[in-house]
Design a protein around this ligand. Structure first.
Ligand SMILES: NC(=O)c1ccc[n+]([C@@H]2O[C@H](COP(=O)([O-])OP(=O)(O)OC[C@H]3O[C@@H](n4cnc5c(N)ncnc54)[C@H](O)[C@@H]3O)[C@@H](O)[C@H]2O)c1
Length: 248
């Protein structure tokens, strides 16, 4: 059960990659606040299913690596739910790769999903937020930007850049009351993590390294996002909020 934030009621909230995992928990959590939620995802079936289950949610299939499609979807969402006041840059792809086998095209492809959309979506919503007297941008980063594990150098670099971009935009847009924060989760139990990497052995090793001996669920991340998006976080910007059960 989440806290209720009156400032989020009727707020226009736009979420990238909202059809599954943490993104779906964000869609559901903001919907539960009575916000006007719009989201995009390249998985048309999962997105339509979530929007259909919740009702009162705007969804459009979109591949965020297509810059025109991304900004077009933001414009369409603003038409439907009103000028975006909360943007959550959630989309990412953490597929594994080693540096020696990552050529220029593969490097660019990783950044095209893990970094570029955060900048492009932010600049797309900024004029509307400024005109409305302020807004909130939340960028999903990762503790992997702090830990730098092997086997995902482009992902790690993109998340490091997301952290730095968060600070840069917070400073640039703070005078317009636009707050920009990063959220860095630890290992969150999503469908994808369970299917690909979260074996009992890997989870046991993780539990050895964390202070809190509990799983981190997508709803745990959504609860932090609700607070940061609400007016209760009105003095917080330019920060990286780590939510990892005490891993780092
Ligand atoms: N799950 C974790 O343990 C974890 C840990 C640290 C950080 N994060 C970060 O949290 C955010 C959400 O992670 P998640 O685990 O829920 O991810 P996920 O892979 O489970 O879900 C990502 C969603 O984005 C969509 N998507 C992927 N590529 C897309 C594209 N090109 N265009 C449009 N949609 C696309 C997918 O269809 C999916 O619905 C990401 O930024 C991720 O880096 C997750």
């Amino acid at each position: 059960m989440s806290a209720i934030y009156p400032s989020l009621k009727d707020r226009a909230v736009f979420i990238t990659g909202g059809a599954s995992g943490i993104g779906a928990a964000l869609v559901e959590a903001f919907h539960g606040q009575g916000a006007r939620v719009g989201f995009i995802d390249r998985d048309a079936d999962a997105g339509a299913a979530l929007a259909g289950r919740l009702g009162r949610v705007w969804f459009q299939p979109c591949d965020v690596t297509d810059a025109g499609a991304l900004t077009g979807a933001i414009a369409a969402a603003a038409q439907a739910i009103g000028p975006i006041r909360v943007l959550i840059n959630n989309v990412a792809n953490d597929s594994r790769h080693v540096a020696a086998e990552t050529d220029a095209a593969a490097w660019r492809a990783h950044l095209a999903v893990n970094l570029d959309p955060t900048f492009l979506a932010s600049t797309a919503v900024q004029p509307g937020m400024k005109a409305a007297g302020g807004g909130v941008i939340l960028n999903l980063s990762s503790i992997n930007a702090l830990l730098g594990p092997a086997g995902m150098p482009a992902y790690v670099a993109a998340k490091g850049a997301v952290n730095a971009l968060t600070k840069g935009l917070a400073r640039e847009w703070g005078p317009d009351n636009i707050r920009v924060n990063a959220i860095s989760p630890g290992w969150v139990v999503t469908e994808r993590q369970l299917a690909l990497w979260l074996t009992p052995e890997a989870e046991a090793a993780w539990m050895e390294q964390v202070a809190l001996k509990r799983r981190i669920e997508p709803a745990d991340i959504a609860d932090l996002a609700l607070f940061l998006a609400s007016d209760q976080a009105r003095a917080i910007t330019g920060q990286n909020h780590v939510i990892d059960g005490g891993r780092t």
